[in-house]
Ligand binder design. Structure first.
Ligand SMILES: NC(=O)c1ccc[n+]([C@@H]2O[C@H](COP(=O)([O-])OP(=O)(O)OC[C@H]3O[C@@H](n4cnc5c(N)ncnc54)[C@H](OP(=O)(O)O)[C@@H]3O)[C@@H](O)[C@H]2O)c1
Length: 277
């Protein structure tokens, strides 16, 4: 894609909100914020912004060195911080983490952001049931387990769960993404149900239908590396802006316009998909 076209598409399609540091400090200063998937990509950018804002952080991921880096940075900035090196796909480790979280006195925000994507067609996955276990365990079950643990704490503070979902869930199912999309869509349904059940008890559950973001995850698909996309920092701003709003969800403006037409055109879209090898 040539440079001017790239920049125009980026400016038009990938516009992120900007939130001033003083607003972030006012809202998040001293608030207890839990972030899963804090070690890389969107979660790391989010953690760095919340360190600047003086939040009290609890950071979860598997890569200890990255969590330690954030821990040291948070301490230098005068923030309270705890890290948990946890493989959220491992049931024993997840249960241990939940026991630790149960002991926290208060929780204000839970950014449920850890995720794994797999791009593989079903015919290439006939002997790979583990693809489906891995995505459902991380993208769906760990969201549910952590949320069930945190809901009583969030109820005390009128807190929020913010789930990093995918804009692709708004469109007809695309070939190659069965494991990823099924797990993200399951999580969306859980979040929507939880929001309608818990809203009147003071807990909000919000979904960010995130479009393409340049991170290690998306850059694993070669085609995506060349496309305009949000940076991890811009995606973090979207999550923060959603968390301080009353909205049910974030969708890019073009998704709000194209979602319904895409559903109406889904027989045609499915036909085109079926022609692709
Ligand atoms: N990038 C995109 O285009 C895009 C678009 C829509 C939605 N999203 C969603 O955004 C979220 C963040 O993705 P990203 O793009 O920032 O990807 P990323 O850079 O690969 O980061 C993924 C994060 O999840 C953590 N994680 C992965 N497996 C884990 C496990 N088993 N246990 C605990 N933590 C684990 C990783 O940490 P460790 O490896 O250290 O464990 C890392 O911190 C995901 O939920 C993804 O589905 C991304």
């Amino acid at each position: 894609m040539n440079n001017i076209l790239y920049k125009t598409a980026k400016a038009l399609l990938y516009h992120s909100p900007s939130i001033s540091k003083s607003t972030l400090c006012k809202i998040f200063g001293g608030k207890r914020v839990i972030i899963s998937g804090a070690s890389h990509g969107i979660g790391k950018a989010l953690a760095l912004k919340l360190i600047e804002a003086g939040a009290d952080l609890f950071l979860i991921a598997r890569t200890e060195s990255e969590l330690q880096f954030l821990h040291d940075k948070a301490r230098q900035n005068g923030c309270n911080v705890r890290i948990s090196v946890t493989d959220l796909r491992n049931r024993n480790e997840l249960d241990r983490l939940c026991s630790v979280l149960k002991e926290l006195p208060r929780v204000d925000f839970f950014f449920c952001n850890a995720g794994k994507s797999i791009n593989r067609r079903i015919e290439d996955a006939l002997d790979r049931m583990h693809d489906y276990d891995r995505t459902i365990d991380l993208n769906y079950k760990s969201l549910v387990a952590l949320s069930l643990t945190l809901i009583p704490k969030l109820r005390q503070s009128g807190g929020k769960i913010i789930y990093t979902s995918s804009a692709s869930c708004l469109y007809p199912a695309a070939p190659g993404w069965s494991a990823y999309h099924a797990s993200k869509c399951a999580a969306n349904i859980w979040c929507q149900t939880a929001d309608s059940e818990l809203k009147h008890k003071g807990v909000r559950v919000q979904i960010a239908y995130m479009p393409l973001v340049h991170t290690t995850m998306s850059d694993a698909t070669e085609m995506y590396r060349k496309l305009p996309a949000f940076s991890a920092e811009e995606a973090a701003d979207i999550l923060l802006s959603l968390s301080i709003s009353n909205k049910r969800c974030y969708k890019p403006w073009w998704a709000s316009l194209t979602e319904i037409p895409a559903i109406c055109l889904s027989p045609l879209i499915r036909k085109i998909y079926s022609l692709k090898k």
